[in-house]
Write a protein that binds this ligand. Sequence first.
Ligand SMILES: Cc1ncc(COP(=O)(O)O)c(C=O)c1O
Length: 360
Amino acid sequence: MSRAYNFCAGPATLPESVLAQARDEMLDWRGTGMSVMEMSHRSDEFVEIAEMAEQDLRELAGISDDYAVLFMQGGASSQFSTIPLNLLGEKTSADYVNTGIWSKKAIAEAKRYADVNVVASSEEGGFASIPDQASWQTSTDAAYLHYTPNETIGGLEYDFIPDSGSVPLVADMSSTMLSRPVDVSKFGLIYAGAQKNIGPSGLVVVIIRKDLLGKARKETPTMMNYQVIADNGSMYNTPATYSWYLAGLVFKWLKAQGGVKAMGEINRRKAEKLYDFIDVNEFYANPIDPRFRSWMNIPFTLQDDTLNSAFLEGAGARGLLNLAGHRSVGGMRASIYNAMPEAGVDALIQYMADFAKERG
Ligand SMILES: Cc1ncc(COP(=O)(O)O)c(C=O)c1O
C-alpha cells in the first residue's frame, strides 16, 4: 500500500505514525481486550486517555490554569452560535472582523443573537489582505471581538494578534491551531475544529478563560453551555471518545517533533518554498498580499484555467490529491498542515514545474 500526499483542507492528512499506532491498538488497547471505540467514557482507561490528551495540549500550546480546555462536538461551526450564547452576558453587541468566508459564516450566525458590529472588512479587495488595525471601528461596549486568524478558503492569515484592550478576544483557530507558537494569554477564547491539525472531524477544542464561564443565556442548550461542559470534564454526555483519543496521539506526535516552535519553523519553510515557486513561475499566481499569506492553505491559479482539469488529473496520477480550490472560489489550493511532510510539498512543486513546462 502506498500513501498519497493528501492536500485536502479538512478532513486533512494525519501523521502516518499516528494512523499506524491507531491501527495497532484498534482491537486491543494495551491489554484491555477492547478498542478505545468500545470503552466506556467513564472507565479509568478512557479517563486516562482523555486527561493525557488535555495535559499534552496544555503543554504544547502553553495553556495556563486560568483557562479551561473543552473537548466539544459539532465542529467549529457549532461554536459560531455557542460563542454569542455564552459570552454576551448582559451585553447586546459583539465586534467581528470580516476577512473571508469563515468570518462571514461566524458573523451570520452571531447575528441571530447579537447586534454584530463588523469593525473592519477586506471584502471589497476580494479578501486579499487584512485591514490595518488602526482603522478598526471597535467598541469598548462589545461583549467580545471575534476574528479568524487563518481563512482556510482564501489562504489569508494574520501575522499579528489584534489588541482588543479589555474586551475578550475570540479566535477561530480551526486551520492554524498548533501550527506555530501563539500566546494564549492574549485570548479570552480560542476554538478549533479538529480535522486539520488535531485529529478527526466533529471534535472541536475550546480553550476558554475561566472568568468567561458562567455567563450563558438562559435559553442556551445545555450541551452548548461552556460552564456545564467544563464542570463535567467535557463528559456531560458521551463525548467523541475515539476522536479525543486520536487527538491525543497527534499531540504526542507533535511533542516528538519538537512541539509548536519546531513545527512553526517547518511550516514556514514549507510555505515559503511553495510561494517562492509560484512567484517565480509565471504560469501560476497567488492573489494574497504577501504579508498575509497563509502558511497552511495556499491557493493558486493557473495562467489558463481551461487546464485545471488536466492539472488535477496529472496530479492525481502522481498521488497528489485534493488540490482543487474550494467550490466557492475555484482554482487550486494546497493545504499543507503539520502532518504534510516537506517531501509532499517538494513533490507538488516538482509536478507544478513539469506541468508548466509541458503546457505553459
Ligand atoms: C476557519 C474555519 N472555521 C470553521 C470551519 C468549520 O468547521 P466545521 O466543519 O468543523 O464546522 C472551518 C472548516 O473548514 C474552518 O476552516
